[in-house]
Design a protein around this ligand. Sequence first.
Ligand SMILES: Nc1ncnc2c1ncn2[C@@H]1O[C@H](COP(=O)(O)OP(=O)(O)OP(=O)(O)O)[C@@H](O)[C@H]1O
Ligand SMILES: [Mg+2]
Length: 308
Amino acid sequence: MSFTVNPGEIVCLVGESGSGKSVIAFTVMGLLAKALKPTSGEILLEGENVLAAGETRLRELRCTRMSMIFQEPMTALNPVMTCGLQIDEVLETHTKLDAAQRKAKIIAILTRVKLPEPERVYASYPHQLSGGQRQRIMIAMALVLDPVLLIADEPTTALDVTTQAEILKLIAELQEGQGTGVLFITHDFGVVAEIAHRVCRAALGRAGGDGPDRADPVAPAAGLHQDADLLGAVDPSRASRRAQGRHHRAAHRKARQDLQRQCLLPEGAGREGRGRCRSRHPPGRDAGHRGRVGLGQVDGGALHRPAD
Ligand SMILES: Nc1ncnc2c1ncn2[C@@H]1O[C@H](COP(=O)(O)OP(=O)(O)OP(=O)(O)O)[C@@H](O)[C@H]1O
Ligand SMILES: [Mg+2]
């Protein structure tokens, strides 16, 4: 499997349940269960192979260069520690800021993720906040040190539709503002259509691939294809879509259904069942190497589970 997340870009990783999306996310973060060992390939974070990094280096990279937000913040947050202190732990570990500077930085990030009454939220325990607010805490914690890569593993599926839309908007805003590269894992093709710059499909550990401009030798085997309608489906251009009214929305809905059908059909189902999905590049972004994250050759055979 090989794909790249460029700075300022949201790459959606889609694929059937069990296809290895979360395993990929955990591998990049160096959080893979001990039973699973990558045996080949490389994951480049700004040119550094994180698969070769030791635990100390990985700890340095987490939060500062790469961060992750999870589907269910309640399980990711410490229930017996206030939200403010949980973010403070990140700053204490990774910066030399004094207590007052850390507090100011935390209040600033809580404000940036649009949490009401940041002082109160700072002193709140996770159970005292709503699901959407907890997810904002996770986002604040993930982004407080401006990482170049944010991995979001189905961060909105536990939320109601309205809150989900707000969180997506927030992630897109922050990502755009900071130029963060985002690897966004989701099952929801409405979400893909809303936020993706590019789409990559995981197929039982095998190749997605990340776009026609990149030489991708595994693409044919993975059954990827390029399709103008499909591209349109993930090229929503939010503002223009609104402006073009009902007719465009209907066309968009159809394109989204096409995208869903094409990406989810099993391999071998012919052209219809094969999805390479690609859309706009972020406007004005340099798809250069700074902050580039490449994931290479972590394929089905490369993840090795020792026999019990
Ligand atoms: N800790 C583990 N030990 C052994 N196998 C694992 C472990 N974690 C995941 N797997 C296996 O790896 C495969 C991929 O799982 P993964 O959780 O990445 O799927 P996924 O694409 O994220 O699915 P979903 O969309 O349901 O979240 C599955 O077959 C799963 O059983
Ligand atoms: Mg998963």
